[in-house]
Design a protein around this ligand. Sequence first.
Ligand code: LLP
Length: 430
Amino acid sequence: MNHFELREGELFCEGVPLARIAGTVGTPVYVYSSATLERHFTVLRTALVEAGLRDEAGGAPLIAYAVKANSNLAVLATLARLGAGADTVSEGEIRRALAAGVPPERIVFSGVGKLAGEVRFALESRISEINVESEPEMRLIAEVAQDLGRPARIAFRVNPDVAAGGHAKIATGGADNKFGVSFSEAERLYAEAAGHPWLEPVGLTCHIGSQISRLEPMEAAFLRMRELAERLRRRGLAVRRLDLGGGLGVPYFNQPEPPAPAAYAAMIARVMAGLDIGLAFEPGRVIAANAGILLARVLHIHERPEGRRFVVLDAAMNDLIRPAMYDAYHAIRPVRPRPGAVAIADVVGPVCETGDTFTRDRELPPLEAGDLVAFMSAGAYGASMASEYNSRLLVPEVLVRGEEWAVVRPRPTYEEMLARETPPPWLDQA
Ligand code: LLP
């Protein structure tokens, strides 16, 4: 469910007409709904709590929102106020989470290539846990911890060898991809870390992929995680937390309906039944995707006499890379629908490459030059993956709350874009 709805013939975000935002900020622009963000977070937490799942202290499980999905500070702060934690993969993301008011004890740091400086920053910030993805990384964390004189709370990211996800590029849990340690490595390293003066292993984590539409692969992976936790405990090692990743999919309209949060929570309760352990989760897409749209304007309709019809927008692949990168489908809705029959078209942006095609042969409602359209389900991995390719200005972001709205990242000016770069002294004519 989301809060982008037609009211008297035009598309609104909560109580704000999208056309008003486009008129003030210009297009392209991302628009997010606070109500949808809050609803998605709350529905997930309620489902987990009602299924009887808990954190180590007996409270609601930690929901560490995956900052990479949408890292705007206003989005993070909206979720932080509800009690969300943050799953981060860089010092930049940790800094964003802290700046948005996420308490350090709810921040988790993942990623296969952490830098010594990032580990130091994470330890100095006293975040909840650093997820270890390999043996050399464990050694690096131990060294930094010793150097700082502060033990590191770590969890081992285990690769459960169950790959899942909507596209090969977003499956993370197969044994042949770069993420996490194998089961045998996990057992050996966990025992070593438990005896190490500067490491404090608190648990295990996994992430098998994103946009997962079936519960079976998750169930298989989570069962393996439980078995590993039990094996470690039988050896007398403390395992307090399981951080269960594998992102629930969202309906992108052309895909199978993903499992409901309640069914997901019930599956986890079944797999973990009788095991006294704290649980944590790292959802990104399921919270942010349907809470955002990319608003764009039709520049013109180019109809070739031979038959192909192109709808050319002012948004491009640099603003929303998902169709080019993952062949992703985003519904495209006119902001003020016109009467008339649907027609087939390719929807493209102005960037100079063929990959700048949002969709081909899509049946679309009537559109004319100047019309506004909304790419639906663009709140996750939209703005956070945007670039300035073709020297297009970085796309701005707006957050709506009821009848109010605010620009939460303005469109930069060309002067700002150019001012970031400095000529080398031998070319500086000034
Ligand atoms: N935790 C870890 C360690 C992850 O690698 C990811 C996503 C998440 C959490 C969040 O997963 P989610 O709940 O969003 O599925 N750019 C791609 C998605 C890449 C996801 C990578 N990892 C896309 O646009 O589809």
